[in-house]
Design a binder for this molecule. Structure first.
Ligand code: NAD
Length: 364
């Protein structure tokens, strides 16, 4: 039995989390696994009830679960609140409370979506990059920081422990993927990057089966749009990862399709990359694929249910192949579907693929 804390949040968050939960129920039935789900408030919906976007009770609940699944938070209703009460403040608070130091953002292109990218089909086809961004250190947190009338300053600092643990995350991931890691830094200019590179090389000694190369961040930005297929796992610091993961995301097409995972030593949180999309909330038109794909990541990385994750990904691809599209990715000639209909189509394909594979095993 796995215990999951659900944090649907605001806007389209609850709609896309519902979609993922529907699929999770089928996964549970087909793979004989029990999932205990506990839904808690976070973001604006929590502020409205408790006067804070994230209560200590919810954090305690997350501590006692095997994984946390988040929709999205935020919206115009809460925009004028003081910074620490805004829904988005809950995101930083939960990442910190759960010690989530590794942010995983896969940039994978579904073949039927090739034409949605600004890149040429032949450049993009087959791209499957996993960006591993260090999330709790680096220039966003380094001290001293500040500004006065004459100057502004931040500090980019990494400790050995911080680099070691993100390096291990990247090498372990590469082991179950394409066995290649590219570490991205700016070691030609920054001492902190020279240190980063040194530690990465040291950790690599424990992973002789994984190939390691290094790339300067400016070159990496170019290479992601020039030839994204060259990358398997790309590991980098907080600042560089922030920028590179958005570049990698955009080459794949739509925001409504991008999943993410944030991992720590003990806890893990899964969420779609998109926000709460208040402009389309409550209309049953949100694209649930980012959330469903985040669910697949949860099954794979937190529960080691690789097969179930694989079938979900195949089901998404099959639905897209058949031309079904939510409004955000709709083009003339496609079959326009609602959030619920897209979810049902994914479930149909999940069942079909599951039974086909079961029959194949049975008839071997
Ligand atoms: P957004 O991602 O919510 O929306 C950007 C655009 O993409 C909108 O036009 C929206 O309709 C569309 N979109 C996003 N997800 C979609 C989906 N699944 N299906 C179809 N269309 C989709 O970004 P934003 O508009 O800049 O932010 C809206 C709110 O979300 C803000 O309050 C922001 O702070 C918050 N936000 C939260 C998170 C999070 O919870 N992790 C992340 C980003 C933004």
């Amino acid at each position: 039995m796995f215990k999951i804390t659900l944090l649907p949040g605001d806007g389209i968050g609850p709609e896309v989390v519902d979609a993922a939960v529907k699929i999770l129920k089928h996964v549970g039935e087909r793979f004989n696994t029990e999932f205990e789900l506990n839904t808690c408030l976070m973001g604006g919906s929590s502020y409205d009830v408790h006067g804070t976007p994230l209560t200590d009770e919810v954090i305690s609940e997350c501590y006692s679960s095997d994984a946390v699944f988040l929709g999205a938070v935020g919206g115009p209703k809460w925009e004028d609140l003081p910074h620490h009460l805004k829904p988005e403040a809950a995101l930083l608070k939960i990442r910190k409370a759960l010690g989530l130091y590794a942010n995983l953002r896969p940039a994978k292109v579904y073949t039927p979506m090739l034409s949605y990218s600004s890149l040429k089909d032949e450049v993009l086809k087959g791209t499957d990059v996993m960006i591993v961004r260090e999330l709790t250190g680096g220039i966003y947190f380094g001290q001293p920081r500040g500004y006065d009338d004459e100057k502004g300053f931040n500090t980019m600092i990494y400790t050995k422990e911080e680099v070691e643990r993100i390096a291990r995350t990247a090498f372990n991931l590469a082991r179950v993927r394409g066995k290649r890691v590219t570490s991205v830094d700016k070691a030609n200019v920054l001492e902190v990057s020279q240190f980063w590179r040194k530690v990465i090389i040291e950790v690599h000694k424990d992973y002789p089966d994984v190939e390691l190369n290094h790339m300067y961040v400016d070159n990496a930005a170019m290479q992601i749009v020039r030839d994204p297929k060259q990358f398997d796992v790309l590991v980098t610091s907080n600042l560089f990862g922030d920028i590179l993961s958005d570049i990698a995301a955009m080459i794949t097409g739509s925001l409504g399709m991008l999943p993410s995972a944030s991992l720590g030593a003990k806890y893990a949180l899964y969420e779609p990359v998109h926000g709460s999309a208040p402009d389309i909330a409550g209309k049953n038109i949100a694209n649930p694929i980012a959330a469903v794909s985040s669910l697949a990541m949860m099954l794979k990385y937190s529960f080691e249910m690789d097969k179930a994750a694989e079938i979900i990904e195949e089901a998404i691809e099959a639905v897209l192949n058949k031309g079904y599209r939510t409004k955000d990715i709709y083009k003339e000639g496609d079959k326009l579907v609602s959030t619920d209909q897209m979810t049902d189509k994914i479930i149909d394909e999940f069942e079909r693929i599951f039974y086909n594979q079961a029959i194949n095993v049975f008839t071997l």
